[in-house]
Design a protein around this ligand. Structure first.
Ligand SMILES: Nc1ncnc2c1ncn2[C@@H]1O[C@H](COP(=O)(O)OP(=O)(O)O)[C@@H](O)[C@H]1O
Ligand SMILES: N[C@@H](CCC(=O)OP(=O)(O)O)C(=O)O
Length: 375
């Protein structure tokens, strides 16, 4: 019996569909068999599954995958039921119960709803259920979409503090160039850091059926590595892919978190990748050194400018005077208060400005955020 791991598995549309873009029940069956195998090894699994649009568009009377937003949403509304029905039936045949969790970005930007989702998934996992997550496509508006399920899966991995994120695709990992257009491209088997070269290798979005292509997978990897979660990208069509990935014997790309860095905890992960920001605080050199190198709090005296309209307790972006983003943190003053006390030492803050914590941002509520393209 191996140690129980908490594993988030993400399957993309391209791995669940047949050539004409319709959902393939044969592929879905295979995936469920693979998941059952790692469940039998004792692991907990959360599945992030795309495929709602693919499963629904034909029933909507369309002959090809829609591109208009309203049609995609209508197709997803039909397809999500069909997808869950298929999953549920097949998991039951293995003796497992599946559950559905549909999420929008605004659910995740609200800390209470985020923590609620976490508690719900915790109960499901303790009871051996396989929670199946997808974006709530039908009601999400364009500007507030996760957009691709790669990013969603990394955020879910952070939410449930997963040990491993496994992204299954129609390709057996990250290559140094797109193997579909460059036959000489070679597989990168282990990646320890997302360098500009890695980002360039993943290129721009490139996918016929899915939304993200390899570049959104790399954005996802940045999010999961920041939480200290090992991530694997491999081919959904290989037998035993999940079990082999868990035992590190599968062909694919293994992304390893920095062992010297402690990964972000669940609150820091929320601040960094889910909270959304209500404004900006511009800081000087000394303040930047204090919060990024000396592990000190950000004090009002280092604040030079305040942009936006936020309240005490909101998350703000912290930017250096030169425009670079330094990180994000929970602010202890409203924008109005901070404008009055910027550059002041704590002792000089007027008595009528009353707050529970006098630092502008406490170190434990500050996070340096790796730059991730948020779609
Ligand atoms: N450097 C690269 N290495 C591997 N695949 C790449 C690379 N650059 C672009 N791609 C493309 O990314 C595709 C996988 O993304 P996508 O179709 O969105 O899959 P999914 O539906 O699984 O999310 C591959 O089929 C490949 O064409
Ligand atoms: N939420 C959408 C999937 C979005 C999407 O295409 O994601 P992916 O295939 O992972 O790039 C659906 O279920 O159809």
């Amino acid at each position: 019996m191996t140690d129980t791991k908490r594993i988030v598995v993400k399957i993309g549309s391209s791995s669940l569909t047949s050539r004409n873009g319709e959902i393939s029940l044969r592929k879905l069956d295979r995936l469920v068999d693979e998941i059952a195998l790692i469940k039998e090894e004792g692991h907990e699994v959360v599945l992030v599954s795309s495929g709602a649009v693919a499963a629904g568009y034909r029933k909507l009377g369309l002959i090809e995958r829609p591109t208009k937003l309203a049609e995609k949403q209508a197709a997803a509304s039909i397809g999500q039921c069909l997808l869950m029905e298929a999953y549920s039936e097949r998991f039951i045949s293995h003796g497992y119960i599946a559950s559905q969790i549909l999420i929008t970005r605004s659910d995740f930007s609200d800390q209470m709803r985020y923590m609620n989702a976490r508690n719900t998934i915790q109960v499901l996992l303790e009871r051996g259920v396989v929670p199946i997550v997808n974006e709530n496509d039908t009601i999400t508006i364009k500007q507030l979409k996760f957009g691709d399920n790669d990013t969603l899966s990394a955020k879910v991995a952070g939410l449930v503090e997963a040990d491993e994120l496994i992204i299954l695709s129609d390709i057996d990992g990250l290559y140094d160039d797109n193997p579909k257009t460059n036959p000489k491209a070679t597989l990168l088997e282990e990646v320890r850091e997302i360098t500009p070269e890695i980002e360039a290798a993943a290129g721009d979005s490139n996918s016929d059926v899915g939304t993200g292509g390899m570049s959104s997978k790399i954005d996802a990897v940045k999010i999961s590595l920041a939480a200290g979660i090992e991530t694997f990208i491999g081919d959904a069509n290989k037998s035993n892919i999940l079990s082999d990935a868990v035992h590190h014997s599968a062909r694919g790309t293994y992304f390893k978190p920095d062992e010297k860095e402690e990964g972000l905890d669940v609150t820091q992960h929320w601040i960094a990748f889910n909270s959304g920001s209500k404004g900006e605080v511009i800081i000087d050199d000394g303040a930047r050194v204090a919060i990024t190198e000396k592990q000190s709090h950000l004090l009002p005296q280092g604040v030079r400018e305040v942009n936006g309209d936020f309240d005490c307790g909101d998350v703000v972006v912290i930017r250096h005077l030169n425009g670079e983003e330094v990180g994000r943190g929970v602010i202890n003053y409203s924008a109005e208060q901070l404008r009055k006390i910027k550059r002041l030492k704590l002792n000089d803050i007027p008595a009528d400005i009353k707050v529970t914590k006098s630092e502008a941002i406490r170190q434990d509520e500050f996070v340096c955020v790796p730059s991730v393209t948020m779609s």
